[in-house]
Design a protein around this ligand. Sequence first.
Ligand code: 5AD
Ligand code: FES
Length: 309
Amino acid sequence: LEISNICARDCHYCGIRSGNDTLERYRMPDDAIMACVHEAVDYRYGTVVLQAGEDYGITREWMAGLVRRIKSETGLAVTLSLGERSDEDLVAWKEAGADRYLVRFETSNRELYDRIHPPLPGIVSDRFALLRRLREIGYEIGSGVMIGIPGQTWKDLADDIEAFRTLDLDMIGVGPFIPHQATPLGYGIDQLRAPEGEQVPNTELMTYKVIALARIACPNANIPSTTALATLNTPTGRELGLSRGANIVMPNLTPKKYRAMYEIYPAKACIDETAADCRACMHRRIISIGREVGSGHGDSPNRNKKRAA
Ligand code: 5AD
Ligand code: FES
């Protein structure tokens, strides 16, 4: 559920970056969010992800109240994906009942990361430290990378997969980098490719390979078959992701009127669909490959194993 497309950051890859002034901005009101959350319950989903740009209009208190409300009105697991927020915010939201936090590290190559991910003035962006801290606070942690960022080498990608393992991630989300025309990586100002033969391609096949390798490196992690993959191959991308190592899907719950405003990359899958469409679509796709739709919170087997130990 994409609750706000307002963002303080200016990442060189992302369509909702602050520098994109062609975009109408929105932040969903509480009641609209709660209506979607109850829709998730009706669909028998076990968890809801609240995702937004790094929107400081989403205050510590407001989000804590919202998480409390979701936890008291529903049995859903709550996952947050709200960017690089302060320690105080992250602790308050955990105390309010949030279960999981997602923040991709995007690439483990520090130089490449700094190039495409300008920091906020005076604050160092260290997503590895952030992920370790989230784990310490008690969240299940999810992260991941984009595949085929201009400048990303095979060595970088191998290091990324190694980092999935050393971070002991509960969730690993990967998808192809898709150039967006309103971003530096899309309009040519920042398209520094790696030397010939070293540049990772941003292809569908490469994405399957990374999903498969992530599954081997992290047998117990939740791995979604992502929307970016479905964007490159709408007919069968989700199914092939699930067949090659992914085990979860994240059907979109965002009300239709907001979807087009959350285009982090162009031609994003599910833009013209409703939450009900996506539910039916995912259901059909899962059944079509001989799988069953699971029930429950979808806690990562990784986390369950640790709890039992
Ligand atoms: N192409 C593919 N993925 C992107 N993301 C952001 N911009 C793009 C893009 N142009 C991914 C990032 C981010 C997640 C929410 O979406 O990995 O963490
Ligand atoms: Fe949204 Fe298929 S999941 S249309």
